[in-house]
Design a protein around this ligand. Structure first.
Ligand code: GRG
Length: 292
């Protein structure tokens, strides 16, 4: 069975960067404390791992991949802080501890999210990759995270509360709110190499779309079958907020089958790349089998 121990050294390198290099030359403040609280010591670091492994697959620069992956982890962390706010999902626990707004108050949590988002773009300018690719990296970060991507996914998520969207509508919401950042993670890794081919980028996005749908359906399953200590966040949150999910539409059994078939699709796309994709295959499998 695939597990996360294989990725421990890379997670350590990512955490090391965040611990020692994030928010350099910023002034101490309660908002900086809130940013550090939410970003450091928590999270599976899936997005920066994908950036790192796609960089390896395409012969990219490791240091640049760590910087770009950590920039994306800042954006992901901002989305979690805002998602937990009372005006969104109103969850009081995240990454095994009180949510940012519980620990620092709503106003500071809001600002910590805003500052993480903007700091991500600052860090992305420091990657050292060739200017053409650096430009593309900023373009993809804003497209996938903003109103063309994750933010629009959250708009649909809120819109669909207490309603009965059909399968295609739920798929669109998952694709935007979850797959978009995963696509960004993989594409950023690719951009640390020296060549850019847009057909290759499309193929990378197809992999991440399958991975992301499997990841989100698994997240929905865990929200029902797991416990808050294992997950580090409340369970039953989807039901509490009357969220439409694949599991509500299909039930647990069929949803588990879907996770497996999407994971198989993702792996078959990986197998069509030239080069070493073993770590990405193992990460894809570990995510489908994860308990948290
Ligand atoms: C508020 C603008 C705004 C956006 C929020 C993506 C999102 C939109 C909110 C996050 C909540 C959520 C359920 C997102 C779907 C993606 C997902 C399952 C996130 C959890 O990611 P993990 O499991 O978390 O990688 P860790 O804590 O391990 O990093």
């Amino acid at each position: 069975m695939a597990d996360f121990s294989e990725f421990a050294n890379d997670i350590k390198a990512i955490n090391n960067f965040l611990e020692n290099k994030a928010f350099e030359n910023t002034e101490n403040s309660v908002v900086l404390d809130a940013m550090n609280y939410s970003l450091k010591n928590g999270g599976k670091r899936i997005r920066p791992l994908l950036t790192l492994y796609f960089s390896e697959l395409f012969g990219g620069d490791r240091e640049a991949a760590i910087k770009l992956g950590c920039a994306l982890e800042m954006i992901h962390t901002y989305s979690l802080i805002h998602d937990d706010l009372p005006c969104m999902d109103n969850d009081d626990m995240r990454r095994g501890k009180p949510s940012c707004h519980i620990a620092f108050g709503e106003a500071n949590a809001l600002l910590a999210g805003d500052a993480l988002l903007t700091e991500a773009f600052f860090l992305a300018t420091q990657s050292g990759i060739v200017p053409e690719n650096a430009n593309l990296a900023v373009k993809f970060l804003s497209e996938f995270a903003g109103v063309r991507g994750m933010v629009m996914g959250q708009v649909l998520d809120l819109q669909f509360e207490n309603s009965e969207p059909n399968l295609d509508e739920i798929k669109k919401m998952y694709s935007l709110k979850t797959c978009a950042l995963l696509k960004c993670a993989c594409v950023l890794g690719y951009l640390t190499g020296d060549k850019v081919n847009f057909e290759q980028i499309d193929k990378i996005c197809k992999y991440a779309e399958n991975l992301g749908l499997a990841f989100q359906i698994k997240d929905d399953i865990l929200d029902i079958i797991s416990d808050s200590q294992t997950l580090g966040k409340p369970v039953g949150s989807d039901e509490k907020n009357n969220k439409p999910t694949f599991v509500r539409l299909y039930g647990l059994g069929k949803s588990k089958e879907l996770v497996n078939s999407l994971t198989e699709n993702a792996i078959s796309i990986l197998n069509s790349f030239n080069g070493q994709s073993e770590k990405i295959i193992n990460l894809t499998l570990a995510l489908a089998e994860r308990k948290f």
